[in-house]
Design a protein around this ligand. Structure first.
Ligand SMILES: *[C@@H]1O[C@H](CO)[C@@H](O)[C@H](O)[C@H]1NC(C)=O
Length: 495
């Protein structure tokens, strides 16, 4: 575990600053990662249910989310934890097959619909705003069997599902997030994540296109039929891994890697001209031609599709964890599972710089300045868009409860958000810590603890216990001050 020390210079720069009064603090989770109840009442099977049950060897500890944090039954405890944290909002996700067991709106699950309705009502009663993700990777298996995200009809299916959610909860939910991290297309078509298919650079690109269209259809539906009544917002959530050139020679390649990793999902929505990033589109078209393909493996957009997607997000919802440096790959390069998506296509390699302190997770090292770099880059690329941090957090720590490295992580990354706002004029409306509690972290199973709360997965009660970082975050949410000198005293225990 590397020790990361807050620099004295930075401490001086931020010590006197506070997040503005209207800035919102919250925490995030996702349905498959916490709910369990995978076959409760009439819930349908999701691609994650199928994947973990048929391919347990894809998960480092062979575990699954059948029970997870058991939030399907223990959600009232979660709401209490949220109240203790003083948060303004809770970002959670809805499981598509829990609400629509067949994947289609022909059958609504009363239990599923009531579960999320009760959660939303309980949050609102305590003054906690529900921020709802509509898709955090749980495609109904029934739709996967029909081609899933590679079938263009998924845009209709997703819009149908969106209508069900807007009808059920639109009167109480003001902030909708359509799809969490479309980059999941790369993991899903690279055998790493559900549905575990092998079609990198082909299936993954169909998925990229149809996810953008599905998102845009849901956005336009809300804009046309629900926004006049409810006035809420609808946005896409992008994962932004910040990327820097390893050396000056790598600058051009780095631009292309940013295009495939960030621009593939941001350019179509946020740029003035829409569509794919032009340099990336040319690169893949040329490579496809050299490979003897009759057309580019990156499917083209029609002009109508470009118009539909362009401008289809009310804010830039950003998940950020880490930074990587880009260089040309050795000819025999192999790619780790958490390599930045799409780099193999470009003959690029990504790696941390040696001076960035490592963490317990091989997929990220600590470089808080990268967060500010990413925000400034996005503002320069896409204009003065409003940002909302929908995820930022730290994986692993030596001690189950005294997680000082996580406290440092949030303090230092929040400091960079503050500097981006005050020094670079970037508009940021809110920040979500990932995560409310330890949960099922996909292919790392239960081994990557990312929670402000520890969860005892060996106990049938799934006991939740606040970590030091929960105490710290509750203080930040209350005071809007990152408190560079934060230290914890036993007597301070307010949770
Ligand atoms: C639900 O799944 C569990 C395993 O997680 C199994 O033991 C149980 O029998 C299943 N229940 C139903 C109703 O199928």
């Amino acid at each position: 575990m590397g020790q990361y020390l807050f620099s004295a210079v930075l401490a001086t720069a931020v010590a006197e600053r506070r997040f503005p009064a209207g800035f919102k603090f919250g925490v995030a989770s996702s349905s498959y990662q916490i709910e369990g109840g995978w076959n409760a009442s009439d819930k349908g099977e999701s691609i994650w249910d199928r994947f973990v049950h048929t391919t347990p060897e894809a998960i480092v500890d062979g575990s699954n989310g059948d029970v997870a944090c058991d939030s399907y039954h223990r959600w009232r405890e979660d709401v209490q934890l949220l109240e203790n944290l003083n948060v303004d909002f809770y970002r959670f996700s809805i499981s598509w097959p829990r609400v629509l067991p067949t994947g289609f709106p022909n059958r609504l699950s009363e239990h599923g619909a009531r579960y999320y309705g009760d959660l939303i009502d309980a949050l609102l009663e305590r003054g906690i705003e529900p921020v709802v993700t509509m898709y955090h990777w749980e495609l109904p298996q029934t739709l996967q069997d029909l081609g899933g995200w590679a079938n263009p009809l998924i845009a209709d299916w997703f819009a149908d599902y969106a209508r069900v959610l807007f009808d059920l909860y639109g009167d109480r939910v003001q902030t909708w997030l359509t799809i969490n991290e479309p980059l999941i297309c790369d993991f899903g078509y690279d055998g790493i994540f559900a549905p575990g298919l092998q079609s990198a650079g082909r299936g993954s690109y169909l998925c990229s296109k149809y996810m953008l269209l599905a998102h845009a259809r849901a956005y336009r539906l809300y804009e046309r039929e629900y926004k006049p009544k409810y006035g809420g917002t609808v946005s896409l959530v992008n994962q932004v891994y910040w990327l820097e050139p390893q050396t000056e020679q790598d600058a051009e390649l780095t631009e292309l890697v940013r295009d495939i990793s960030i621009g593939r999902y941001a350019h179509a929505v946020f740029s003035a001209e829409g569509g794919w990033p032009p340099a990336l589109e040319r690169y893949i078209a040329q490579k496809s031609a050299e490979e003897g393909e009759p057309r580019s493996r990156l499917p083209a957009f029609t002009q109508e599709e470009i118009e539909l997607i362009r401008g289809s997000s009310d804010m830039f919802a950003i998940n950020h964890y880490a930074t990587a440096a880009v260089s040309a790959a050795a000819p025999d390069a192999t790619y780790g599972v958490f390599a930045v998506e799409g780099v193999a296509e470009l003959g690029a390699a990504v790696a941390p710089r040696p001076e960035w302190p490592p963490t317990a997770s091989d997929w990220f090292t600590l470089y808080p300045e990268g967060f500010r770099g990413a925000l400034l880059y996005l503002k320069q690329q896409y204009g003065d868009v409003e940002f909302f941090v929908t995820e930022n957090g730290y994986a692993g720590s030596d001690d189950p409860l005294d997680d000082e490295p996580r406290v440092q992580y949030h303090r230092d990354y929040l400091a960079q958000v503050l500097l981006a706002m005050e020094e670079d004029g970037v508009r940021v409306a809110g920040y979500s810590a990932w995560s409310l509690m330890d949960s099922y972290e996909w292919m790392t199973g239960y081994q990557a603890s990312m929670g402000l709360h520890h969860v005892d997965f060996s106990s049938p009660d799934r006991t939740r216990t606040p970590r030091r970082s929960a105490h710290y975050y509750a203080q930040v949410a209350r005071t809007h001050d990152i408190d560079v000198d934060y230290s914890f005293h036993e007597g301070d225990n307010k949770l």
